[in-house]
Design a protein around this ligand. Structure first.
Ligand SMILES: Nc1ncnc2c1ncn2[C@@H]1O[C@H](COP(=O)(O)OP(=O)(O)OP(=O)(O)O)[C@@H](O)[C@H]1O
Length: 660
C-alpha cells in the first residue's frame, strides 16, 4: 500500500486515447517525420533565395552594406569599423534610413525562417564567403565555426617562395690583403723589410733565414708599422688594428709574429709581461717558445713558458719573484696554453698583464673552439684591471675598449693588439666576434677559385682553405683488413720514410703500433695521449733525429708540429673533419718543399670524402690503387702476427686489471 499517490504527467499522448505501445510509437514517428519535412522545406527556401542573390537577382549594394553593417559590431576590430565608416557617403541620411529599414525587414524575414541558430550562422557565413571567394568556402566555414566571435581572423595571405639567404661577409673578411701561396717564387730579402734591427737581421741569417716567406713579408712590416712610435701608443696615438692571418700550413706563420714582437719589445726598459702567446697544446707551446728564445737571445728579453712542462710552482717561480713587499716580474714574453694561463692569472702573485701590448693567438680557430674555458675573458679582465696603467707616474690610462667616440679616443690609450694566426681561420664573423677584435685587418692566401667579395653572395656551403703548394694528395681505395698491410707496404717496399701515420683514436694508434712491432722490420713508435708528456717529447725528438721510420699518432700531432724531413703523411683512418685533414697533411710539404699525403678510404667513405676535399679548394686528389699482388707476399706473416696481437692485447688488459 502506498503512503501517498504520485500523479505523473504523461504528456499530450494521454489525451489521445491510445491503447497499444505500438500505436504510440507510430504516432511519435509520424510527428518527427512531419517536423523534418518542415525543416527541409525551410532550408530549401533559404537556399533558393541565396542562389538568386549570388546570380545578381539581389541588390548587390544592399547585400554588401548588410555585410558591412554586420562587421561594425563593437566586438570587431577598429580597423574594420573605420574602413566601413570611410565608405559610407556622408550626409545621405535619407538613403541610410531607407537602407536600414530595408535591412531590418529582410533580417526579420530571415529570422522567421530560421529554426536552428548554429546551423544558420554557419550556412550564412558560408554563403557570404562563397559569393566572394568560391573555392575557399568550406575552409572558411570551418574557420568561422572554430574561431570565437570577437576575434579578427587572420589569413588569406598569398603564398610566397622563401628567398635563399646568402652569406654576406664584412668588408675586412671579404677583401683581405693577399698573401701569395707560392713560397719559392715570392721570397723577399730580409734586408728589404724596414725597421728590423741589424742585430735581428744577423740572427735571422745565422738561423738560415735569408729571405722572408710571403706571409712574413706582408705581416712583419704591418705589425712593425703599428709600433713606429713606440709600444705605448699606437700610430697617431690611436689604438692599432688587430691582425688576422690565414695562410697554409708550413708557410712560416711562426716567424711572422716572432720577428715583429721581438723587434718591438727589444727596447723596453722595465721587465713586464708585454707579449702573451697562447697555443692549444704543450708541444706547440714548446716549439714556439723555442723560436722566441732563439730570436730574443741577446736582447735582454725574457721568454717564459707556462704550458705545463714544469710543475706549477716552478712556473710560478719563473714568472715573478718577491722582493721585499713587492713582486718583480721576470717575463717579457709568456708562451702558454689556456688552462695553465688561467691558473697563473688566478693564483700566481706578481703575474700581471696590465702592460700587455701583444696578445698572439696561434691556431686561432682551435682557440676559438676552446673559448668555453673563458680564457680570453680572464686575460681581458687581467689586462684592463681597474686602475691599471694609471698608477704612479704613468700618464697612460687603460680602460676596456668600448665604442669609438671622440671622448673615448681623447686620452692616450695603452693599446693591446691581438694577432691571430691559423691555416684554417674561420670566416664566420659570428665566431670571430667572440675574440672582440678591434678594426681587424685580414691577411689571407689566394684561392684558385673565385673568392667572395663584400656584399656579394657566396654560394659555397663549405669554407675554402689553403693547401700547401708543394703537396700532392692521393686516396687509396682499401678494405679494413688490408689497411695494416698497406702501411707496412709503404714503409717496407715503397720506403716512404720517415712516415707520419694518423689514426682516429689512441686505441687504434696503439693497436696498429703493436701490430707493426710484432710484424717486425720497421722502426715504429706511437704518439698519443696514452703517453706522458715526457714520453711524447722524447718520441718527437727521436722522430726528428731520424731514429723512427714510422710514427703512428692521433690528432695530438696534427696541428702545428714542425718536423723537418717528413716526406709522407698517411691518413690510416680518414679524418672526419676537413680542418683535421688540412692540418694532418700539412705536416709535410712545409716551407715550400714537396710532400705527399695518402688517405686510406673504404668504399663507403669515398664519395663524401672526395666531395669534401674538392669543395675545400684542393688542387686535386688522385687515386693510388695498390695491387693485391704486392701485398700477397706479406699475407702469411700478417696472419700469424694477428694471432700474436690478440694474445698481446689480452696480456696488456690483464696487466692493467692487476694495476687497477
Ligand atoms: N723565411 C724562412 N726561411 C727559411 N725557412 C723558414 C722561413 N720561415 C719559416 N721557415 C721554416 O718553415 C717551417 C714552417 O714554418 P712554421 O712552423 O712557422 O709554419 P706555420 O705556417 O706556422 O705552419 P702550421 O700552420 O703548420 O703551424 C719551419 O721549419 C721554419 O723554420
Amino acid at each position: 500500500m502506498s503512503l501517498f499517490v504520485v500523479n505523473r504527467y504523461l504528456g499530450d499522448e494521454e489525451e489521445v486515447n491510445i491503447s497499444s505501445r505500438e500505436a504510440h510509437a507510430q504516432l511519435l514517428l509520424a510527428r518527427l517525420q512531419s517536423k523534418a519535412k518542415e525543416r527541409e522545406e525551410q532550408s530549401l527556401q533559404r537556399a533558393s533565395k541565396r542562389t538568386a542573390g549570388d546570380s545578381g537577382l539581389h541588390d548587390t549594394d544592399t547585400h554588401k552594406k548588410k555585410k558591412k553593417k554586420k562587421k561594425v559590431k563593437p566586438t570587431e576590430t577598429s580597423d574594420v569599423s573605420d574602413s566601413v565608416k570611410d565608405e559610407d557617403p556622408a550626409g545621405d541620411e535619407k538613403e541610410k534610413k531607407k537602407t536600414k529599414k530595408k535591412k531590418k525587414k529582410q533580417k526579420e524575414e530571415e529570422e522567421s525562417l530560421e529554426s536552428g541558430g548554429e546551423e544558420e550562422g554557419g550556412e550564412e557565413g558560408g554563403g557570404e564567403e562563397g559569393g566572394e571567394e568560391g573555392g575557399g568556402e568550406v575552409q572558411r566555414e570551418n574557420q568561422k565555426a572554430v574561431v570565437p566571435a570577437g576575434f579578427t581572423v587572420l589569413g588569406g595571405f598569398e603564398k610566397k617562395a622563401v628567398q635563399k639567404v646568402h652569406r654576406v661577409l664584412p668588408h675586412w673578411l671579404a677583401q683581405p690583403d693577399v698573401i701569395q701561396r707560392d713560397i719559392r717564387s715570392n721570397l723577399v730579402d730580409i734586408s728589404q723589410v724596414q725597421d728590423i734591427s741589424s742585430g735581428l737581421l744577423k740572427k735571422l741569417r745565422d738561423n738560415g733565414v735569408h729571405s722572408f716567406f710571403p706571409v712574413q713579408a706582408e705581416v712583419v712590416p704591418a705589425v712593425l708599422q703599428c709600433v713606429q712610435q713606440g709600444v705605448l701608443v699606437g700610430r697617431g696615438g690611436y689604438r692599432p688594428r688587430d691582425i688576422c692571418v690565414s695562410a697554409p700550413t708550413g708557410s712560416g706563420k711562426t716567424l711572422a709574429f716572432v720577428v715583429p714582437v721581438v723587434q718591438a719589445l727589444s727596447k723596453r726598459v722595465v721587465c713586464e709581461v708585454r707579449a702573451l702567446v697562447v697555443l692549444p697544446t704543450k708541444e706547440l707551446a714548446q716549439q714556439v717558445g723555442k723560436v722566441f728564445a732563439v730570436y730574443a737571445e741577446g736582447t735582454g728579453l725574457k721568454v717564459v713558458m707556462a704550458a705545463g712542462q714544469k710543475s706549477f710552482a716552478a712556473e710560478q717561480a719563473s714568472l715573478a719573484e718577491q722582493r721585499g713587499r713587492t713582486w718583480k716580474c721576470l717575463a717579457d714574453i709568456v708562451v702558454a696554453t689556456p688552462g695553465r694561463l688561467v691558473d697563473h692569472i688566478n693564483m700566481t702573485p706578481g703575474f700581471r698583464l696590465e702592460l700587455l701590448r701583444f696578445l698572439v693567438i696561434d691556431e686561432a680557430d682551435r682557440m676559438i673552439d676552446s673559448m668555453h674555458h673563458s680564457w680570453l675573458g680572464q686575460v681581458t679582465k687581467a689586462v684592463f684591471k681597474a686602475g691599471s696603467g694609471s698608477e704612479g707616474s704613468s700618464v697612460f690610462k687603460r680602460s676596456e675598449p668600448t665604442h669609438i667616440t671622440a671622448a673615448s679616443l681623447s686620452p692616450p690609450q695603452m693599446p693591446l693588439q691581438k694577432l691571430l694566426f691559423s691555416a684554417t681561420l674561420t670566416m664566420n664573423p659570428e665566431k670571430l666576434q667572440q675574440l672582440g677584435l678591434h678594426q681587424p685587418r685580414l691577411f689571407s692566401s689566394t684561392h684558385s677559385g673565385p673568392a667572395p667579395s663584400a656584399g656579394h653572395a657566396s654560394t659555397q656551403t663549405q669554407e675554402r682553405f689553403h693547401f700547401p703548394e708543394g703537396l700532392t694528395e692521393y686516396y687509396v681505395p682499401c678494405t679494413l683488413s688490408k689497411k695494416p698491410l698497406l702501411i707496412l707496404h709503404y714503409v717496407l717496399h715503397m720506403k716512404f720514410c720517415p712516415l707520419l701515420c694518423f689514426t682516429n683514436s689512441r686505441q687504434a694508434a696503439h693497436r696498429l703500433y703493436l701490430l707493426v712491432k710484432l710484424f717486425g722490420g720497421v722502426e715504429a713508435a706511437e704518439f698519443s695521449s696514452r703517453l706522458s708528456s715526457a714520453e711524447r717529447k722524447h718520441t718527437l725528438k727521436n722522430f726528428q733525429q731520424g731514429n723512427i721510420q714510422l710514427l703512428i699518432c692521433t690528432d695530438a700531432a696534427a696541428r702545428g708540429i714542425d718536423i723537418e724531413g717528413i716526406k709522407c703523411v698517411v691518413n690510416y683512418d680518414a679524418p672526419q673533419y676537413l680542418r683535421t685533414y688540412i692540418h694532418r697533411i700539412g705536416r709535410t710539404a712545409r716551407a715550400g718543399k714537396a710532400g705527399v699525403a695518402f688517405t686510406f678510404l673504404l668504399d663507403v667513405q669515398r664519395a663524401n670524402f672526395l666531395k669534401m676535399v674538392k669543395e675545400a679548394g684542393s688542387a686535386g686528389i688522385q687515386k693510388h690503387a695498390v695491387k693485391h699482388q704486392l701485398l700477397k707476399n706479406m699475407a702469411a706473416r700478417y696472419e700469424l702476427t694477428l694471432q700474436e696481437l690478440a694474445s698481446t692485447i689480452k696480456d696488456e688488459k690483464d696487466q692493467f686489471r692487476i694495476k687497477v
